[in-house]
Write a new protein. Structure first.
Length: 231
């Protein structure tokens, strides 16, 4: 596991659970608005944290922490991800995976072996705008659709979420996303914030009023649509 960041406690990243967050290096997307640009473009600039050190800390915190969030970067690129999750499960932890959904075969294997307790999948944009939003012209958007169906047809709790970015999204996009995710259990629109570590530049946030309008469009097809990180 290429662990490039470790947040020891969070009350926000795993719904209804106190958790730790593990950040993996590297990603197959180049989203220009990515807020962890360094982890994507140059993960070697971040200290490599030994997995033994992380597992030792989690061993000590059993009973205080309930879950572990695996995020990135893109965790499904890690060759020993399955083995590492087994180590977390052996310690008694719930495991949440954050993913861009581009490797549905990996997600399917993890779900099939009962290694995931929650999955959060980013929906970058309507499928026709994915090459723009993901920074990858030749991508196969059917892999995104496959991951969506995999989660919606399964039994493991999940959520879909979109970071809403001025310069990438239009209000009308969210009716298309609503149709794409029709019938899903939960969809969140997240406010954009410039972390100072973006891959691109020139992006901004929409107002709460605009975000409410986007949520209403998606809500025509999805029962639960909420805003996050919007003031």
């Amino acid at each position: 596991m290429e662990i490039r960041g470790f947040q020891k406690t969070t009350l926000l990243d795993y719904p209804e659970h106190v958790a730790a967050v593990i950040f993996t290096g590297g990603c197959n997307f180049r989203c220009p608005f990515c807020q962890n640009g360094g982890l994507v473009l140059d993960p070697g600039e971040y200290p490599l944290i030994p997995r033994e050190e992380v597992l030792a800390y989690l061993e000590k915190r059993k009973g205080v922490l309930e879950g572990v969030c695996l995020t990135g970067g893109e965790p499904t690129l890690q060759k020993d991800l399955k083995e590492f999750i087994r180590s977390l499960k052996a310690l008694g932890y719930l495991v949440k995976l954050d993913t861009n959904g581009y490797r549905p075969q990996i997600v399917r294997e993890l779900l099939g072996e009962g290694l995931l307790d929650y999955v959060a999948m980013d929906i970058k944009a309507p499928l026709e705008k994915y090459p723009l939003a993901a920074g990858w012209k030749e991508m196969d958007v059917e892999k995104i659709r496959e991951s969506i169906r995999l989660l919606m047809d399964g039994e493991v709790p999940y959520e879909f979420r979109t970071t809403v970015v001025k310069g990438i999204h239009d209000k009308e996009d969210f009716e298309q996303i609503g149709r794409l995710l029709q019938g899903c259990r939960a969809y969140y629109l997240q406010g954009f914030r410039d972390s100072g570590d973006l891959i691109g530049e020139g992006y901004g946030a929409f107002s709460k009023e605009e975000m409410d309008q986007m949520a209403a469009l998606a809500g025509k097809y999805i029962g639960r649509v909420e805003l996050r990180g919007v003031e």
